[in-house]
Design a protein around this ligand. Structure first.
Ligand code: ATP
Ligand code: MG
Length: 409
């Protein structure tokens, strides 16, 4: 991408009401545009980050045999009435609207009801199970407080996976596979060493559900961990009874804040029963389908990474999610010619600052935008046949021979 050709611009200041660091930097660096509290547009750089996160999630889920779909955001009240989740007294974050032909419509805050309803057309026999479907889809929630940048949006991108099984054992098996896949996903996203699988309340259907919580000072959740962080619990389940159940009564727990980047639930019959999702077994008996659901907040993950790794100069992207690997700057006549030559054929991995601006301004923008490696080719570095590399995260500066740069990058 050539910075001279894109419409995005870096900004000196974030909107006054953007108090969260992730939101402020992402707006200033041209990744997102703020429409109003909790409502953001994703610009070319921000979209690339989202796509990188999606690619990693998709790869790991496809390995488990999950099938990707894209369901409508518009919700028919009917299936939600069956599960008693249509009334705003039950689900207080609904956005609802009127159909011009008469009747109501909702904007999906999640998709359990429609996915069960849809699969009633495709599941009838034990031979149709197990089945795993997921999507990347914008959810709508009328959140009361939306002050955490993209950590809590009124519209946000979620990956939601739903699994369908003939037996509880099969649900347990798949649940464990998803736990492993999630560990792998957060590892690859660069937050594996600060993301913990956390016991959370499971409602009435299973003892616990699990959340994946990333340690974060501005995180909205409070979690408790033991000395080696092998037992981590959220606030809801941090009590004597649960500690006894987990054999952790004698351990010392510490409290900290975190952001929930994902969660997984064994739903069992919670939705399949009221919506009548059944299959016939080998003896032709009608049985209710077992279900699990598994979420990841894709746009929240982007916000968590932005928030977590940023420093006082700007964003710092881990390589796996960075929109581009290199931020290229040419200085002086020869430097610019060599930069142009380097850019050619590497358009997919290089953000090239070819704007007519002072080097100082370009350096500051490179720090704000946060690509992993800044490459400067200038008349001066070329005097010794070198280019200069600056690693954003460590601050390490290295000279590299220009031929080596062309050969290895
Ligand atoms: P929270 O407790 O943070 O409100 P939740 O428990 O309601 O989230 P789910 O309904 O299970 O979350 O959604 C799955 C995932 O979507 C969450 O783990 C979180 O990462 C993300 N998420 C939930 N609400 C939002 C939001 N308003 N903005 C961005 N991401 C969200
Ligand atoms: Mg939660």
């Amino acid at each position: 991408m050539r910075l001279s050709k894109t419409f995005i611009k870096t900004l000196r200041a974030a909107p006054k009401d953007e108090t969260a660091r992730n939101g402020a930097y992402l707006v200033r660096a041209g990744y997102i545009h703020k429409e109003m509290a909790g409502i953001y547009d994703y610009l070319p750089l921000g979209l690339r980050v989202l796509e990188n996160i999606k690619d990693i999630v998709r790869e790991e889920l496809n390995k488990l045999g999950c099938e990707e779909v894209l369901m409508s955001a518009l919700q028919n009240p009917e299936p939600w009435e069956k599960s008693e989740r249509w009334l705003s007294e039950k689900i207080d974050i609904w956005f609802k609207t009127e159909l011009s032909a008469g009747g109501q419509l909702g904007l999906a805050p999640t998709h359990e009801e429609p996915v069960v309803n849809m699969l009633k057309s495709y599941i009838s026999s034990y031979k149709d199970l197990p089945l795993y479907v997921y999507q990347f889809q914008n959810k709508f929630r009328n959140e009361l407080r939306a002050k955490s940048g993209i950590l809590r949006g009124r519209e946000f991108l979620m990956k939601d996976l739903y699994s369908f099984h003939a037996t509880e054992e099969d649900l347990d098996r798949f649940y464990a596979e998803v736990e492993n896949a999630y560990r792998q996903i957060f590892e690859r996203l660069g937050i594996g060493n600060c993301t913990y699988e956390t016991f959370a309340s499971g409602g009435i259907f299973s003892k616990y559900s699990h959340e994946f919580q990333t340690l974060l000072p501005v995180g909205e959740d409070t979690i408790y961990y033991n000395s080696d962080k092998s037992v981590v619990l959220n606030k809801e389940v941090y009590n004597d009874e649960v500690l006894a159940d987990l054999g952790a009564t004698d351990e010392k727990f510490e409290e900290t804040t975190a952001a929930e980047v994902g969660n997984i639930f064994k739903l069992k019959f919670k939705y399949s029963e009221p919506l009548g999702l059944k299959y016939s077994d080998e003896e032709n008996n009608q049985k209710v389908v077992y279900m699990g659901c598994y979420g990841i907040g894709v746009s929240r993950v982007m916000g968590v990474i932005a928030e977590k790794f940023a420093d006082d100069k700007g964003l710092v992207w881990p390589e796996a999610v960075a929109p581009y690997e290199y931020h290229l700057i040419g200085i002086g006549e020869k430097g610019i010619a060599e930069a142009e030559r380097f850019y050619r054929g590497r358009e997919e991995v290089v953000l090239y600052d070819d704007r007519d601006k002072r080097p100082g301004e370009k350096f500051a923008d490179a720090e704000l935008m946060g690509m992993p490696v800044r490459i400067v080719i200038s008349d001066k570095t070329l005097e010794s046949d070198n280019a200069e590399l600056l690693y954003r995260e460590s601050g390490e500066v290295r000279k590299i021979n220009i031929e080596e740069l062309f050969g290895n990058f």
